[in-house]
Design a protein around this ligand. Structure first.
Ligand code: PLP
Length: 380
């Protein structure tokens, strides 16, 4: 049976990317690798829509965010962290672990951060050094309006606008420079379509400036070192060479598709899938759907573990479950990265087959038909 992955990281790897990574490894101090890194650095700027440097670190996405905390701030610095899910929660706990002063702004799981409430918190905390936001909260499949939030933060404070773009970059429209973002992090196993192991960090001029006064302890994750090496298309430590070779290919694919087309493909795929799921009578979880991952309430009478097993064992399909309070209550289907329209038809067909095994009542084919119709309406 063919195995198909529909999880929000790792995501499927295009064949040509996998083949590039399987080539004999090159040495990272060779000019050959310098050429790869030069191209990667340029194409990352295109991906983030910035003329600022985007650093490539060997770590998962979380390491990339950690690098931003330790490199930009000092103990006791005040950080506002917006928490509407598992990842937002991580950006509350992490700066606390570093002895920072964290003001947490909670939003209900499945709803986007509210601009006015964040503004009120910001005005009460004029000394905040940064606001950490999650663009696409993967645990809840919920997208934030980063453009408006960044504008509001810029207008009302001098706090740095820091974005966890880990499942947003390469799925949602994102313009680092035009939107006035200061820090954005993404990871390799999400929209970049390569295995886990690299983090990418974009830094504005203001963010780079604040590295000069930062006193938190750091060594491996010192972005000043990474930035200095970046100027020479180099890295301070041995990078994950094969992954950099892979991301070079993946970025070429994104570049040739065109970033706007990549964004609109994600919007189209996610919207067609939502149509299909709704036509099956399933209830969607998020008020502000992410284009990377779609969370759905488990229908009454169907048990998550058994549902997941049928999907995996009988259909070769891996999806994700709910986390924390929503474990067993929701399931999540990802469409982030290397997916096309027929992949959505496949996954909705597998959901139908699985629901049918678990005695959920519906008209066979209605989900597939709604997904198909959504795609065909774009072709007309
Ligand atoms: C996956 C993910 C992370 C964590 O990245 P790791 O690569 O697992 O360290 C952080 N934020 C979001 C929104 C994610 O989806």
């Amino acid at each position: 049976m063919k195995k198909r992955l529909f999880t929000p990281g790792p995501t499927p790897i295009p064949e040509k990317v996998a083949l590039a990574m399987a080539e004999p490894i090159i040495h990272h101090r060779n000019p050959e690798f310098g050429e790869v890194l030069t191209r990667v650095n340029e194409n990352l700027k295109y991906l983030f829509q910035t003329s600022q440097p985007v650093l490539t670190l060997t770590s998962s996405g979380t390491g990339g965010v950690e690098a931003t905390f330790v490199s930009l701030f000092s103990p006791g610095d005040k950080i506002i962290a917006v928490n509407g899910g598992k990842f937002g929660e991580r950006w509350v706990k992490m700066p606390q672990a570093f002895g920072m002063n964290v003001v947490e702004v909670r939003t209900k799981w499945g709803t986007a951060p509210d601009i006015d409430s964040l503004k009120a918190v910001l005005l009460k905390n004029a000394d905040a050094k940064a606001v950490y936001l999650v663009h696409s909260e993967t645990s809840t499949g919920t997208a934030a309006d980063i453009e408006s939030l960044a504008k509001m933060i810029r207008e009302n404070s001098s706090a740095l606008v820091c974005v966890d773009g880990i499942t947003a970059v390469g799925a949602h429209e994102f313009r680092f420079d035009a939107w006035g973002v200061d820090v954005c992090v993404t990871g390799s196993q999400k929209g970049l379509m390569i295995p886990p192991g690299l983090a990418f960090v974009a830094l504005s001029k203001r963010a780079i400036e604040s590295m000069k006064t930062s006193t938190l302890p750091k060594f491996y994750f010192d972005l000043r070192k990474a930035l200095k090496s970046h100027e020479n298309n180099d890295t301070p430590w041995t990078p994950a060479v094969s992954l950099v070779v892979g991301v070079d290919r993946a970025l070429e694919m994104i570049r040739s598709e065109g970033i706007e087309n990549v964004w609109s493909r994600h919007r189209r795929l996610s919207s067609a899938l939502r149509e299909g799921l709704s036509a099956l009578g399933l209830k969607l979880f998020s008020d502000s759907p992410s284009y990377a991952v779609t969370p759905v309430w488990m229908p009454e009478g169907v048990e998550w573990k058994a549902f997941n097993k049928t999907l995996k064992v009988d259909n070769g399909i891996t999806i994700a479950g709910g986390q924390d309070d929503y474990a067993g209550k929701i399931f999540r289907i990802s469409h982030l990265g290397y997916y096309d329209e027929l992949d959505m038809i496949t996954v909705i067909a597998a959901i139908e087959r699985t629901l049918s095994v678990h005695k959920y009542a519906f008209d066979p084919g209605v989900g597939i038909a709604a997904t198909q119709k959504s795609f065909l309406s774009h072709l007309l």
